[in-house]
Design a protein around this ligand. Sequence first.
Ligand code: PEP
Ligand code: MN
Length: 293
Amino acid sequence: MEPKWNGQFSCFDLVARTDKHSRTTVQLLDIEIGGNEFVVMAGPCAVESESQLMQTAEAVAEAGARILRGGAYKPRSSPYAFQGLGVEGLKLLRKAREATGLAIVTEVMSEQDVDVIAEYADIMQVGTRSMQNYSLLEALGHCGRPVLLKRGMTATLEELLQSAQVIAAAGNPDIILCERGIRTFETATRNTLDIAAVPVLKAVSHLPVIVDPSHAAGVRSLVPVLSRAAAVVGSDGLIVEVHPAPECALSDGNQSLTFGEFHHMMTDLQPYLDLLQDGRRFRPQLVAAGGAD
Ligand code: PEP
Ligand code: MN
């Protein structure tokens, strides 16, 4: 371990990496996050309608995604923006899960919603604006589902791990960390993707780490290249926004990929995964079908 980090993270004893505990994987259905598969979560920013969600679910599953994302409860910066479909959105996510076999990740903003969201979701997403909502984190400690913990937009890695420790201390060891860009003085991108966060987190914590290139970039043209960067620095996967018609999206259309763009991105990623020592794959079935060997 880099001497600079000695002692800085070890106090978060439930999530810190040690010689004895260097890697945790989060298992759900037949998916192992943090293991040998590069796990891609993809879907719309927000669940908008049945046809939008079902079309997207089918397209991302076909391209190799394993988990469908889609917000039913949306934390919007403006109180006048679309706030999500709520329970109706959760029902649509369930329907998409049944139709495609994709697992579901969706955001929980309030501790009052934990039980209802846990009924529908396979992974509970904590958004950047909620990373330090400790009563929510504690409630997620006993929700019975893995948690995707996104980095607060102005949070240090120490603070991110502190929040992970709160969830683990409340009884839930199944936590996935997510680097989604932080706020800096740069304005060309929506946030600044802290790519170094990935190897640092992998060095100081045993938890899986994924990258959200969509919220980092804010523009769709950068999403594929940031995804490749994430793969080569050792990310365990991605969470990516995809929409059937991004120009009509009710939220985050500028950073959402079309189906075609997502498909291309996935195909282009495989050689980068092949370069890594452990030869990760999206999923064995695709390799068999495509003969990528
Ligand atoms: C989202 O995933 O749509 C989202 C709101 O992300 P973040 O919390 O990272 O802004
Ligand atoms: Mn979004």
